[in-house]
Design a protein around this ligand. Sequence first.
Ligand code: ADP
Length: 462
Amino acid sequence: MKSIYGKLIIGFLVSILFSFSIAGYFSLRKNANELGLLAVEELKNSTELIEDFIQLIDRDDLDKILQGYASTSEVSFYIESNGQKKTYGNIKGEHLSHEETDVLRENIGQSIILQDSSIRIYAKSFEVKNQNYIVYVQKDMSKREMIFLDSALIAVFCMLVAGSITFLVIADIIVKPISRLTKATNELSKGNYRVRVNYTGKDEIARLNRSFNQMAQQLAKQDETRQQFISDVSHEFQTPLTAIQGFATILKNEKLTDEQRQKYADIILFHSKRLSTLSKNMLQLTLLEGEDVKLEISEFSLIEQLNRVIETQDNFALSKNIEIEFEIPKNDIRIEADESRLEQVWINLINNAIKYTQDNGVVMVHVKKTSKEVEVSIEDTGVGMSKEAISHIFERFYRQDKSRSVEGNGLGLSIVKRIVDLHKGRIDVISREEGGSRFTVYLPQNKSFHISERLIKKENHG
Ligand code: ADP
């Protein structure tokens, strides 16, 4: 039987039969012993009664009385006296042997207890009115044993029937939810992430159902994210590709002037650079989100690093006449972090600050060190963000400006967030819709962070 149902039924039958065999064996043994003792007691009483009859009743009536006693009681017997034997009732099996009879004859008042399969025997010699008697009384126990066996069998049968019905009902209660869950799992494996199972109660099956629903919900969410990701990626790729295709087709026109040719080639170049940045960012984010990503920790000057990054952004800022103010602290600030990845954080944040600030604006970089952490804030006088936008800016491909008038792909802040998370730091955003934003990165500089990261570094280098 492969089904859980079948296994439960077999388990039930085996346990019932096994427990009944054990219980039956012991109770039969106990019962047989007790019945045996009772039977001997009964036989002794019968013998005493017969002795009384012989003593008290006239010889003429005695035979009739003994016949009557044999027919109404469960015992049968014979009486031997003066070498004559008279039997009352239906004697079964062995009579007394010669030796046993001799023993009784020679020892008046002697008694013998015998057992012949299911027959119990009690024999006694006694003297009444100067005459010796031997009374042999027997009782057939097989009838009583049969009655006991019959009632035991009826009990087993009733238990099997009543137990089976109860069991089937209980098994149904257990098996049904499992079957429902199996069905739902099959649905899920076919890609139907909306499937859910109903559950009530707090037992193991209800807990299993709850876990299943949570898993299905999680899978549905992941599937939605995946679909959204595919749609975002294809959208992001589609725009530059369409532009490249369009301008490449125009370039084939031989009548174009050199100036036009130059212009369209520049546009193609611009969009192919955009595609290249997009795929680089996607690759970077995928690597950062991988499970085995490890930081290359080293000690370096944060001030020098920020200066270097500002320098790389100078031209961009200059093109918009934006001033970058960096208030350099008196003392150098050295930190332990992944230098190249952290550089990416400052590039993305400062680049965004310039990108989302109108011409002639200001971008301010501020650094502070406390006993526990280093704080770097990048503030701008730019376009600002709505509350709704702030709650989404760290999501992949999210951009507040749906018209995409400003160059970007919506991956920069996702990368920033992931790198800061890997450093066990955090990032705060304050922004107003009327304008002005401030991004603050907090990097812990406590011992435990350093030790664990150093170990990773050591492992990397063997
Ligand atoms: P993008 O490539 O679009 O700049 P990001 O992930 O870097 O992608 O930023 C996501 C979005 O967050 C941007 O599209 C923009 O709407 C908003 N944003 C980021 N930085 C600023 C900022 N300094 N000022 C205003 N909006 C910002």
